[in-house]
Design a protein around this ligand. Structure first.
Ligand SMILES: C[S@@+](CC[C@H](N)C(=O)[O-])C[C@H]1O[C@@H](n2cnc3c(N)ncnc32)[C@H](O)[C@@H]1O
Length: 254
């Protein structure tokens, strides 16, 4: 998918706050072997060396655009590679900490994926994941609504945006079924306040709208964006706009 680091970074404070909440769940230890799945620009990954002294940290992401920035942050103990999460899981590499912030929601079938991730965690190691869980919010519903109108409906054909994020308790079950201890799973609402519908559009352009754009021919993309913006303006008529953004946190040791 075509990620745009500049667009994504427009809401830097709002997008990085959950990472620091995730970091609070990480047991601070030295000299770990760590991987960050879907590390993006690597800016948040680069917070890890201070928190986990002496650790060997790897960030992987499939987006060359995002990794361009990450590459500038490399040190002898912090490395970034272009690779999909699925490819990473096919390798034999194992880690003391697998961390992932706002990335695994883009992978399918979490019932299958999480056990695969857990299988790459060394004995005594930890999993710490954050995924957005607000796919039932109006901002997402409106994307689906526009996608169901013509000419987009015909262009998408049988494609529809699939949301892989499970209920919180399902993640707790997976952790338990795979011998997790110190299981912590919870959902947190981030009370985002945005200037207006235009700002919500910009927010969605950086993430939720990306797959809808990817699956449309270029000549239909502008029209889709205009229709989506119109729908958002119809719903968010007042300023500011309150956007209660739900995120799920999952942590366990193994
Ligand atoms: C919302 S960004 C989060 C980036 C970073 N973790 C952060 O918190 O700033 C999601 C990232 O996941 C990456 N991503 C999504 N699906 C992926 C996959 N299957 N394999 C590797 N990277 C993936 C995207 O390229 C993007 O950089």
């Amino acid at each position: 998918m075509a990620w745009n680091p500049e667009l994504y970074d427009q809401f830097k404070k709002e997008r990085s706050a959950p990472f620091f909440d995730l970091l609070k769940l990480v047991i601070p230890r030295d000299n770990l072997k760590v991987i960050d799945l879907g590390c993006g620009t690597g800016e948040l990954t680069s917070e890890l060396p201070d928190y986990l002294p002496g650790s060997e940290i790897t960030g992987i992401d499939y987006s060359s655009e995002m990794l361009e920035k990450a590459k500038l942050l490399e040190t002898d103990k912090l490395k970034f590679y272009q690779r999909t999460i699925e490819e990473q899981l096919e390798s034999d590499q194992t880690f003391d900490l697998v961390i992932s912030n706002a990335a695994i929601q883009w992978c399918d079938d979490h019932e299958k994926l999480f056990p695969e991730i857990i299988s790459k965690i060394n004995k005594g190691g930890q999993l710490a994941v954050q995924v957005p869980s607000n796919h039932d919010f109006i901002v997402h519903q409106l994307l689906r609504k526009v996608a169901e109108t013509e000419p987009y409906k015909s262009a998408y054909g049988s494609w529809e945006r699939h949301y892989s994020v499970l209920k919180t308790e399902a993640y707790a079950w997976i952790m338990f079924d795979h011998r997790g201890s110190e299981i912590t799973v919870f959902e947190k609402v981030y009370p985002l306040v945005m200037d207006n519908a235009e700002a919500v559009f910009t927010w969605a352009s950086g993430t939720a709208m990306i797959p809808y754009m990817e699956m449309l021919p270029g000549d239909l993309q502008e029209g889709f964006k205009e229709n989506y913006k119109r729908e958002l303006k119809h719903i968010f008529m007042k300023s500011p706009v309150f956007y209660p953004f739900k995120r799920t946190f999952i942590s366990a040791t193994f």
